[in-house]
Design a protein around this ligand. Structure first.
Ligand SMILES: [Mn+2]
Length: 242
């Protein structure tokens, strides 16, 4: 089956940025490359961040601080999408969800808590106390950042989300749990989703180009390679660190 060749409206450039996971130095490096490229071409571009800003890497708090400042400086308001890691942190802070905290500690939450200044001794406390310790250290602006993350974004023939979409469900009716967590039901699907889906969440050795989706999580925290997908008209290309 031949799929439509996706594009953006003419004269608009967009960069989708993959999973950062607390790797602030890589993020700065990548955004510098993007800025240099845009300056050379004399264009302003919109940026869509695909989520998973936090956990695993060492600089989660600093990454959110940086992005808050970046959003203010950018001439075109960037879009920040929700990743499953932010969904979990938000549940811990807003719902004091101890089950979410248990999960979080297994997939990188400890590093994030330490980046907020939670001391190593706090991890010996019981879970509600640990949540209180974290809550006392997370600035309001960060809580608002977590609460305001969007689930998806469309531009031209592209659809952007963190993890993917549920086949058989229209793009505007997708459930949050699928948009931020889905793997095999999405990754293994071969038909057209209605738009070209650009996503992160599932790490590939390199960018995962398919006729119906493009996965750009290149495992920055483990590989040093953070990826942006550039889109302009019918063209697309990659910007990467390392
Ligand atoms: Mn993820």
């Amino acid at each position: 089956m031949a799929f439509p060749e996706p594009g953006l409206p003419p004269d608009s450039r967009l960069y989708a940025i993959g999973d950062i996971h607390g790797c602030l130095p890589l993020l700065k490096d990548l955004l510098q490359k993007i800025d240099d490229e845009c300056r050379a071409a004399n264009v302003t571009a919109r940026k869509i961040f695909l989520g998973d800003y936090i956990d695993r890497g060492l600089y989660s708090r600093q990454t959110i601080d940086f992005l808050l400042d970046y959003a203010v400086r950018e001439p075109v308001a960037p879009v920040f999408l929700l990743g499953n890691h932010e969904q979990v942190m938000r549940a811990i802070l807003d719902e004091e969800d101890t089950e979410a905290l248990t999960d979080w500690l297994r997939f990188g939450g400890r590093e994030t808590m330490q980046s907020y200044g939670v001391p190593p001794s706090a991890f010996a406390k019981d879970l509600p106390e640990l949540i209180a310790e974290l809550a006392a250290k997370v600035p309001t602006a960060h809580r608002d950042f977590l609460r305001n993350l969007r689930l998806s974004e469309s531009a031209g023939d592209y659809f952007f989300c963190h993890a993917g979409v549920r086949p058989g469900v229209t793009l505007d009716a997708q459930a949050e749990a699928d948009l931020v967590w889905i793997r095999q039901a999405f990754l293994g699907h071969k038909d057209w989703f209605g738009k070209m889906v650009v996503h992160g969440h599932t790490i590939g050795r390199d960018v995962d180009f398919h006729p119906n989706r493009i996965g750009i999580d290149t495992g920055a925290y483990a590989t040093g390679r953070l990826t942006a997908l550039a889109l302009e008209g019918n063209k697309r290309w990659l910007i990467q660190t390392a």
